[in-house]
Design a protein. Structure first.
Length: 471
């Protein structure tokens, strides 16, 4: 991370009462489990590269080009199309490495980036080997997963960040107008494993940008308190923000001193820097908090999975694909909105497939819960069908309706209830249910599930493997 001014935390996310920190309820849990062991192995390799090249990986030095070549080889082997972009600096030639995953709509690009260079006095393993290794392992995992992205996925490894964000500025300044307009979002990862760790979220929530809130929901789902931070022009997101693009990112702290309040909620040592080896020779592969690295690479994974599938309103799904994003809930609450908590991996009720599902009801008390997602059904579709698998169990007895689940579709503010299920006749057997939505072709619609319980015995409405498909 480029040193500029001290960072100032803006907002404490968790509520504190009587000295206890209580995390907000889970709303966005982690998606895939990105291997922290593999990520640490990448950092060990960057350390070895620095050791073999004068102790650093800085622009203009052989250690930086060796880092680029090593990362490129890993991405090439995984099937990415890589581009090495050279540019001149006062310290010599530097390079950006850009990796594109084949597939997805190239007019709708989601980008994830980190700077790969170090300062000249050290190997730069936390700053910023950690961010680079995090997006590298996520890129490799995504390619191996067999996912079919709705959007085109791109990763950037920036050169000469430590000289003034030169690489990311060079990249955006050399984009055509069409290339700039294709980029729908950029997320930045610059220091994610600081040894005296903090969990900071870039405070960028301009119109149309939900990245900040997606990160805070992720931390909420992990029960980790977080703080907003104004990173200003301190890292590579600034080049993208200058284009008016939605940007965001996470940060684990640098030279700023951890306060007593921060030590109380995150652990570590008050009165010391988040990273005492920031921009020093001791920023080695022992200068890391591996628990923070594990949490944060999973956060990167959650965002890559979610934004690869995000519906920006202009991108059709893959041929024969599902209009609903995160239809099996394996990325937590990503792409779904509504009541906090029903999308869960709790083992108290099984999923139809995978681990996650939507579990509405089950409270045994007066409550109403809902989850919903908005999609556009193409006007060119011949047919449109909504389906889901449901498993409904109840402790209610008799033939009186106490608890209900409504399946609804909303268009232009008008709500239509497609079906109502209740405790009467509830069965713990998984059943697939389908509805014809052909009448909604050419419209933006919200698919909504609403459960209502009374104050007596519980009824659980468990939903999984949703789909809205067209032909």
């Amino acid at each position: 991370m480029r040193k500029r001014t001290l960072l100032t935390p803006l907002v404490l996310a968790a509520v504190t009462t009587a000295g206890l920190t209580i995390a907000p309820p889970a709303a966005l849990a982690a998606g895939p489990d990105i291997s922290v062991a593999n990520t640490k192995a990448h950092l060990d390799q960057l350390q070895s590269i620095a050791n073999a090249n004068g102790g650093n990986r800085s622009t203009g030095r052989p250690g930086y080009k060796a880092s680029v070549d090593w990362v490129k080889a890993k991405l090439d082997a995984a099937g990415y199309t890589t581009t090495v972009q050279p540019f001149s600096t006062s310290s010599g030639t530097s390079y950006n490495l850009v990796a594109d995953l084949p597939g997805g709509d190239t007019s709708s690009v989601v980008m994830f980036g980190a700077h790969l260079d170090s300062v000249s006095v050290g190997p730069g393993i936390n700053d910023n080997g950690s961010g680079s290794a995090g997006i590298l392992e996520t890129a490799l995992t995504y390619a191996a997963s067999g996912q079919t992205p709705r959007n085109h996925v791109r990763f950037g490894f920036w050169g000469a960040e430590e000289l003034g964000l030169l690489g990311s500025k060079y990249y955006v300044n050399n984009l055509t107008t069409a290339q700039r307009s294709a980029i729908k979002s950029y997320q930045n990862f610059d220091m994610i494993a600081s040894p005296n760790v903090g969990y900071f979220v870039y405070d960028d929530n301009t119109a149309g940008n939900g990245i900040r809130d997606d990160f805070t929901k992720y931390y909420d789902g992990k029960g980790i308190p977080w703080e907003y931070i104004d990173v200003q022009g301190r890292s590579d997101h600034a080049a993208f923000r200058s284009l008016g693009l939605p940007t965001g990112g996470i940060f684990s702290g640098a030279e700023t001193t951890k306060t007593s309040a921060q030590a109380s909620k995150w652990g570590g040592t008050a009165g010391q820097a988040f990273d005492a080896c920031y921009h020093r020779s001791c920023d080695t592969n022992t200068n890391l908090d591996l628990k923070a690295l594990d949490v944060n690479v999973d956060a990167i994974g959650a965002m890559v999975w979610a934004y690869a599938a995000k519906d920006y309103g202009t991108t059709p799904p893959p041929a024969g694909g599902n209009l609903l994003a995160n239809p099996g809930f394996e990325s937590g609450a990503v792409s779904w909105t509504g009541t906090s908590g029903p999308i869960t991996s709790s083992t108290s009720r099984p999923a139809h497939s995978g681990t996650w599902k939507m579990w509405l009801g089950g409270n045994g008390s007066t409550a109403s819960e809902n989850e919903q997602q908005t999609v556009t059904i193409p006007s060119t579709a011949a047919t449109a069908q909504l389906s889901f698998w449901g498993r409904f169990d109840t402790a209610e007895v008799g033939s009186t309706v106490y608890d209900t689940l409504k399946v609804q579709v909303v268009r232009n503010g008008v709500t239509t209830t497609l079906a109502t299920y209740s405790n009467v006749g509830a069965s713990a057997t998984w059943v697939q249910r389908s509805f014809d939505l052909s009448a909604y072709r050419g419209s933006s619609v919200t698919v909504k599930f609403v459960a209502t319980e009374d104050s007596s015995a519980q009824t659980s409405f468990v939903i999984d493997d949703t789909a809205l498909t067209t032909s």
